[in-house]
Design a protein around this ligand. Structure first.
Ligand code: ADP
Ligand code: MG
Length: 638
């Protein structure tokens, strides 16, 4: 081992900077928090090239004394705490004294600042942690931080930066969160010279939400107010009918700090139990006020996670506050009626817990490869009038493409779930209409070990019954089809069938959704989505997969974004797979649909050819029931 030595302050700063300054959005967050702590009424954030070439944050706060200016950029230099006891009751957003040092360590920084009591201000240049100069200047009261060439001296970090549009969207999202955290401050966001946000700063959370989320969305929220001795909860939560396919619209704040909190999330969602549809998530902008010493904010370098002294009390406070907001919303009787309807008549998707199929869909086959063109003809449906139905070309009644494996191989490698345990024997009945299905599809490749099979019918419009030798197989048609789609999407020669829209769909996703979608434009392109940054937090969608309706675009992309946020910063391949999963499900036939026999046969063939074993989520697509097992159940054998 080489000898041990304490690192130089510069290297220590670079290491620390790695924790605090991950990307331009982290710089924006830290600088905006400093501005808020400085008592600013107006904060302007301006970025260029996604914040990589320039971030400028201007505030009208208290300013910094000229003789303290260089000190502010030292590590652990802060005006916000003094002693260890102060750590127990932190009332400011910052307190670690790390942000300015971290930012200056990895960028070229200029600051201009003047206090109210001074006639002249000061400007300081600092680059890679080294102070270059400081001079007196005339400038307005407050502070302007200019951050140029972020990561100019840390090429390894630079390599990880996403495209400007994605980094810019993340910066925007950071400002939007701060705007909802501090409605008393007016926030302006300018990207590449274009103003994209201005909040009034009138102290009203609702007006900040209007500006950030848009009026339409903000209207789908009900107000929450609950004040207890120790905990106050205020803000807005989604009406049960306005819940969404993911959690992107959940914003929690504790004492003005944006946080991620598992207990607050759980409390919010439990309050909606039986009120919202399965697979939907409420949105919220919820502010929790707690005593300063009841929360530890010093558990995470970026302070996004907090620890409550009384986790249970926080849970209850949020839970009951939300519950009473939902129950007490007498001003919207029709909405309550809708919510009740959703519980009384569970929509079909409640039986399919993995996905959120809110709108009844037409029957759709997987989007076929470019040639031959699919035949278009209506297929009998019960759920909704068919709009445009695509079915595959009829399947030849000859041998399956590949040899049918011995049944014991379906599904491997896990033990085959035993039907006698899953379903009571009485539930296994073959519909009398079995004759409507195609004749036995036997194979001519008899030299291989294979047993002919035939489709006997379908149970609950969900499970296809197949007889093969002395076994009966039940195939989950949705899971199997989803898997087929997924595998095809993953194949190298897959070309998505997409429809070019005459008028692009413009929509404004949640701030984080927007960022995550912009980070994955190429992956989206691979499923047939052509998406562009429209500015102002909006996206323009120019092409969509052919199996999607235009009206479904926002929810489908929202779902994709939600899944991608959950996978976090995993590799490109994982993110692409996540998109394939979501879209494979959307393109698949659903349980409950009435499908043409040829469609079912196609799916069964893939399963029987052992091409499909598990759905992309790992659920089996096929379970089997042996003749022996049946005989035991009927006491024909012991
Ligand atoms: P922290 O916010 O944790 O104290 P920072 O490194 O972010 O640490 O900032 C160091 C100090 O610089 C702050 O404590 C504050 O006194 C001063 N400061 C930073 N930004 C501003 C600002 N915009 N206006 C006034 N003072 C500021
Ligand atoms: Mg700070």
């Amino acid at each position: 081992m080489p000898y041990i030595e304490q690192l130089s302050p510069h290297v220590a700063d670079l290491i620390a900077a790695g924790e605090v300054v991950e990307r331009p959005a982290s710089v924006v967050k830290e600088l905006v928090e400093n501005a808020v702590d400085a008592g600013a009424h107006m904060v302007t954030v301006e970025i260029q090239n996604g914040g990589m070439s320039l971030i400028r944050v201007t505030d009208d706060g208290c300013g910094i004394a000229p003789d303290e200016l260089a000190t502010a950029f030292l590590r652990h230099a802060t005006s916000k705490i003094r002693t260890e006891y102060d750590l127990e009751a932190i009332g400011t957003l910052g307190f670690r004294g790390e942000a300015l040092a971290a930012i200056a360590a990895v960028a070229r920084v200029q600051v201009l600042t003047r206090r109210g009591e001074d006639t002249l201000g000061a400007t300081l240049f600092i680059e890679g942690g080294e102070v270059l100069s400081q001079e007196e200047v005339g400038c307005p009261q407050g502070t302007t931080m200019l951050i140029r060439d972020l990561f100019f001296n840390t090429p390894a970090r630079l390599k990880f930066m996403k495209k400007d549009a994605a980094e810019g969207a993340a910066c925007f999202a950071a400002v939007q969160r701060q705007a909802m955290a501090h409605p008393e401050v007016s926030f302006k966001f300018i990207r590449d010279g274009k103003q994209e946000l201005l909040t009034p700063g009138d102290g009203q959370l609702r007006s900040a939400m209007y500006a950030v989320l848009g009026r339409d969305l903000a209207l789908g929220f009900a107000p929450v107010t609950a004040t207890g001795d120790d905990i106050g909860v205020s803000g807005f939560v989604s009406l049960p009918t306005c819940c969404r396919g993911n959690r992107s619209y959940q914003f929690f704040f504790v004492n003005g700090r944006y946080v991620k909190s598992a207990s607050m999330t759980a409390a919010l969602e439990q309050a909606y139990a039986n009120q919202k549809m399965v697979g939907r998530f409420p949105g919220c902008v919820l502010h929790l006020q707690v005593k300063l010493n009841a929360v530890d904010v010093n558990v995470h370098p970026t302070k996004q996670e907090v620890k409550f002294g009384q986790e249970r009390a926080v849970f209850s406070a949020v839970y009951y506050a939300v519950l009473s907001a939902l129950g007490g919303d007498k001003s919207r009787p029709q909405v309550t009626a809708e919510a009740v309807k959703a519980t009384v008549e569970p929509p079909r998707q409640t039986t399919l817990p993995l996905h959120d199929f809110t709108t009844p869909r037409r029957a759709v086959s997987p989007s076929p490869p470019p040639a031959p063109r699919p035949v278009e003809r209506p297929v009998e449906r019960e759920t909704a009038p068919p709009s445009r139905t695509v079915v595959p070309a009829p399947v030849r009644e000859t041998a399956p493409a590949s040899p049918v494996p011995p049944v014991s191989a379906v599904p491997a490698p896990e033990p085959v779930p035993s039907l006698s345990r899953e379903v009571p024997p009485a539930a296994v009945s073959v519909p009398a209409k079995a004759a409507a299905y195609p004749k036995p599809t036997s194979s001519t490749l008899s030299e291989k070990e294979e047993v002919p099979w035939r489709i006997m019918g379908e149970l609950f419009r969900t499970y296809v019954i197949v007889e093969q030798g002395d076994k009966a197989l039940l195939i989950d048609k949705h899971a199997a089809h989803e898997r087929m789609n997924f595998d095809r999407m993953r194949s190298v020669d897959y070309v998505p069938m997409s429809q070019q829209l005459l008028t692009p769909v413009i929509f404004t996703p949640a701030p984080e959704e927007c960022a995550v979608l912009l980070e994955n434009l190429e992956a989206l392109d691979k499923v047939g989505f052509e998406v562009e940054d429209f500015g102002g937090g909006a996206l323009a969608v120019r092409s969509i997969p052919d199996y999607l309706d235009v009206g479904e675009v926002p929810s489908a992309l929202g779902e994709v974004a939600g899944k991608l946020s959950l996978t976090g910063t995993t590799g490109e391949r994982e993110r692409q797979d996540e998109i394939f999963h979501t879209m494979a499900c959307k393109a698949a036939i659903k349980g409950g649909w009435k499908n043409a026999p040829e469609e079912l046969e196609r799916v069964v063939k893939a399963v029987m050819a052992d091409e499909v074993r598990y759905c992309p989520h790992g659920r089996p697509v096929c379970i089997e029931l042996t003749k022996t097992e049946l005989e035991k159940q009927f006491k024909r054998r012991t």
